[in-house]
Design a protein around this ligand. Structure first.
Ligand code: PLP
Length: 902
């Protein structure tokens, strides 16, 4: 990372993460100035450092900054130190302009008592946000305009907001990016384009998007750019031109309201509040709260509802006390009387789902209360019929495999690129997917393929170029359906950096592209260049463009809202962007009926509703925070002289082979990496690393992943995500704080210090044992076996070039114990049969943890690589394998008879 350059306004991550530090520095230098009167230069420098970003924040505001500057110029060290400290405290607590501040501000000439505490009871505080005003008025008028807007506030307003004024297009973009408290925008229709500040990185990205940028720019262009960065923002346009014509322009989407100049300030004020109100509304949760307040007699199941059986009991009252009365008042098995049915929603659950669809940029959203394990099975069942082929990453979550078993579709397993040194996989290269489609096409079997099913991001953080993958696949098969399992990355929608790589982000981009006339020309040019009958080689080498007139965009996303947002455990969503959804809607509902519980938990549904509200109102800040925390962890661990001797967090260059990083991006920590480089990598590279998923290599400190995970949990109260042979996965989340980072760093430092001591004092034997252990963990890593093939008995209708098979028949074959056998992994029989047959055919899924993907699936022919991998495995948890009994295999010679019996 580069250092913050004080005059540049486009170092977005740095400004966000450095703001609190910069204020703390200013407060510290002012304090130092009190002690050492000659030290004013440092205060001036610190004040200059904060200036570029502060113009985009309502707090502390122009007046307080001016007051501070005046204290400095007048040599009032004590006053300056006190004011800087108090502003710094508010910013450190991530506070905005505290309510009530403005009332006293004008009457406080010395600016000292303007900061009410932010620590008190938050219960009565109205939610507060900031509104960006883009204006042509000269800056000296802004404070008066701010006052005018404050005068519009009324006690009955549900929220309060503070105006932030800027005077150019570029400043407006910077403000929206740098200041996550901005939730609403009011812009004039015509404004100057260039900022007075330096913004080279911003210009590199923004300039090509704005054709006529040198003179003035339009509010409509600004709205388009801001919506691309933060789609949740409400945008109001003030125009003194033909507002009726503007309002009648059908292509003008995403604008909340258009006003004729500022003729109706109160209406504008109310419109701003209403916009926030519509995001704040949580239809189901709001009703559930009302329901809980009503005196309701229950004569149906769920005795726990209303809590009487709990609070009247001597024996389980502690449960009531622990969870609180509201939980029980809000429990119900009713679907009427103010509630709704999750299985057939028509009321407030339907509305809550519609809001979620709006928030995540989908056409439809469905709440699921049994985790993404269930969401995946629902989507697979809804879209696939028996015999259909699904191209799928073999390394996907087991819910997909079980979905195929239940649905009877045939998986064509494709392999992700391996990261053998760390015993993990990345994502599936696009070339592998295209090859599978082209092979099927060459055998005349493309019609059998219905779906591509991929995990985005992978457990370890590999994000696909979702747009490119879908476009190229649609160029080969225009009606292919995509299921993106985004169990881990639902939050990514709220980052402009990551959204591009999400299913819904890419689907909107493709839809917009397909609606643009120019895309037909681009397609036709490519067709001309390829000729009438292009070879597979040519198609493999070309970045294929689909025919915009033919493609049917059918995109599904599943996400564990509980994994990355504020939903209760098991809260999950299915997001749909499918032009043909109407045709499969009834199937989709059947799939919901198949898998959903008929007693879904009310609190879970409410938490999905609330999670959506939170993300629509503060998701941008929270995700920016999660990314910033991750960058801090990455930086601190990898640059620390002692910690980095034993531990390392893998950069993008180590997690993604160079061939998939064609932009040249190496890592966030690479010196000189700019915001523009990150955006370029995000758009161009085949894979991108989600910064919040951090692979911490611990094999170099002599720990295997499982062992280190236990050490962190048992000794230091640190929970980590998954493990590999020599690493653990750390994940930063929307709830992490810098204190968490500090705790982690202390712990790692402590472990390293102990290790260092042990090695120093232990003598040669200890050092040698340590080196041997490190070598074994880091270098003696078993090669990971690819999927081999299904046995021919399960490939009755399969082609020659591809490996799909009937996994369901294989799975159910294992139900007949007589038709199965067990063979010990270390037996010589295994080796003999690998050489001379009969083939070893797995009867079930065998999934070791780690790595957590199926080494064997039902019906799979076992190869020497698979057996070698199993033999070298030193993990304790292997689902589907009992060491005492051995591998469970299908007796294939009897399989014909089994088929007849069925
Ligand atoms: C990629 C992936 N998909 C789906 C799931 C299942 O999600 P849930 O725990 O919400 O059922 C997981 C769980 O870890 C996962 O990693």
């Amino acid at each position: 990372m580069t250092e913050v350059n004080a005059r540049r306004i486009d170092q977005f991550f740095l400004f966000y993460s450095a703001r609190a530090d910069n204020w703390r520095n200013l407060a510290a230098s002012a304090q130092e100035w009190v002690r050492t009167p000659d030290n004013v230069a440092a205060v001036r420098a610190a004040l200059a450092d904060i200036a570029p970003a502060e113009q985009f924040h309502a707090f502390p505001g122009v007046r307080s900054l001016r007051t501070l500057a005046e204290f400095v110029e007048a040599g009032q060290a004590n006053d300056a130190a006190a004011l800087a400290r108090r502003i710094s405290e508010v910013i450190l607590l991530d506070g905005g302009m505290p309510e009530g501040l403005e009332a006293s501000e004008g009457s406080e000439p010395d600016g000292l008592d303007i900061m009410p505490t932010v620590l008190g009871d938050g219960g009565n505080r109205r939610p507060h946000f900031e509104t960006l005003f883009v204006t042509e008025q000269p800056p000296h008028r802004w404070p008066a305009l701010i006052d005018q807007f404050r005068c519009l506030r009324r006690p009955e307003d549900q929220f309060t907001y503070e105006p932030v004024f800027v005077g150019s297009f570029e400043d407006a973009v910077c403000a929206a990016v740098v200041n996550p408290r901005i939730a609403s925008v009011v812009t004039v229709d015509d404004m100057s384009y260039r900022s007075r500040n330096e913004a080279p990185a911003l210009r590199e990205i923004l300039d090509p998007l704005i054709p006529e940028r040198l003179g003035n720019a339009s509010g409509i262009d600004l709205a388009r750019i801001l919506k691309g960065i933060r789609p949740e923002l409400d945008i109001h346009i003030l125009s003194d031109r033909d507002v009726e014509a503007m309002a009648g322009n059908a292509s003008l989407t995403g604008i909340r309201r258009i006003f004729y100049a500022i003729e109706e300030p109160l209406e504008l004020h109310l419109s701003i509040l209403e916009g926030i109100g519509s995001r704040y509304e949580t239809p189901f949760f709001d009703n559930l709260k009302k329901y809980a307040q009503r005196p309701i007699g229950t004569f149906h199941a769920l005795p726990i509802a209303r809590g009487k059986s709990v609070f009247r009991s001597d024996w389980i009252r502690d449960m009531g006390e622990f969870y609180g009365l509201n939980l029980f008042l809000a429990e119900s098995s009713a679907t009427t009387g103010g509630l709704d049915s999750l299985l057939e929603p028509t009321g407030n659950i339907k509305k809550a789902q519609d809001y979620a669809a709006r928030a995540f940029g989908a056409d439809h959203a469905f709440f699921v209360t049994n985790g993404t394990s269930t969401s995946n099975k629902m989507v697979v069942q809804a879209l696939m019929k028996p015999g259909d082929i699904v191209i799928v990453d073999r390394n996907c979550h087991k819910s997909h495999h079980y979905g195929f078993v239940l649905g009877g579709c045939q998986p064509l397993y494709v392999e992700a690129f391996p990261l053998t040194s760390y015993s993990m996989y990345g994502g599936v290269p696009l070339a592998t997917i295209k090859k599978a489609l082209l092979d099927l096409k060459s055998e005349g079997r493309l019609d059998r393929v219905r779906m591509l099913d991929l995990t985005n991001c992978t457990f370890d953080g590999h994000m696909y170029n979702t747009r490119r993958v879908m476009e190229e696949c649609l160029a080969i098969k225009p009606d292919l359906i995509f299921l993106w399992d985004e169990a881990w990355s639902g939050f990514a929608h709220w980052s402009p950096f990551l959204r591009y790589r999400t299913a819904m982000g890419a689907a909107s981009a493709i839809r917009a592209w397909a609606d643009d006339e120019a895309s037909i020309t681009a397609y036709e040019h490519q067709q001309d260049a390829l000729g009438s009958n292009p070879s597979d080689e040519a198609l493999m080498e070309t970045r294929l463009i689909p025919d915009p007139r033919k493609l049917r965009l059918r995109v599904y996303q599943t996400n564990s809202t509980h994994k990355s947002m504020s939903a209760i455990r098991q809260g999950s969503m299915v997001l749909v962007h499918d032009v043909d959804f109407g045709e499969i809607e009834s199937q989709f509902h059947e799939a919901i009926f198949t898998h959903a519980s008929t007693s879904p938990n009310q609190q879970l549904i409410a938490s999905l509703d609330v999670a959506r509200r939170q993300m629509e109102l503060e998701g941008y800040r929270l995700v920016m925070n999660a990314i910033t925390i991750a960058l801090r962890i990455r930086h601190t661990v990898n640059k620390h002289p002692l910690i980095s001797k034993y531990f390392r967090i893998l950069g993008a260059n180590e997690m993604i082979p160079e061939e998939y990083r064609t932009s040249g991006f190496r890592d966030y920590l690479e010196p000189g990496t700019s915001w523009a480089d990150i955006v370029r990598a995000m758009h161009e590279d085949e894979f991108y690393l989600d910064p919040t998923r951090m692979t911490l290599v611990c094999g170099t400190a002599g720990f295997d992943g499982t062992q280190f995970k236990r050490v962190l949990a048992d000794n230091y109260n640190i929970q980590v995500n998954k493990t590999s042979r020599n690493s653990v996965l750390l994940q930063s989340n929307i709830n992490n704080t810098r204190s968490d980072v500090a705790h982690l760093v202390r712990v790692l430092l402590g472990i390293c210090t102990d290790l260092e001591q042990k090695l120093k004092r232990g003598g040669a034997n200890i050092a040698e044992a340590f080196q041997t252990r490190v070598k074994s963990l880091m270098h003696d890593v078993p090669a990971m076996p690819n999927f081999s093939r299904f046995h021919d008995a399960f490939r009755g209708d399969a082609g020659v070039l591809t490996t799909e098979g009937d996994i369901r028949s294989a799975f159910y074959s294992a139900y007949l114990e007589d038709e199965c056998e067990h063979v010990h992994l270390d037996s010589i029989e295994i080796d003999a049969r690998l050489g001379d047959g009969p083939e070893l055919v797995s009867a079930n899924f065998v999934i070791p943890y780690p790595p957590g993907f199926p080494i064997m699936v039902p019906g799979q022919v076992l190869t020497r690589e698979t057996i070698n991998f199993m033999r070298k495995l030193d993990v304790k948890e292997i689902h589907g394998y009992e060491a005492v009994r051995g591998l469970k295999l299908l007796k294939m010679e009897q399989f014909g008879r089994f088929q007849q019996d069925r």
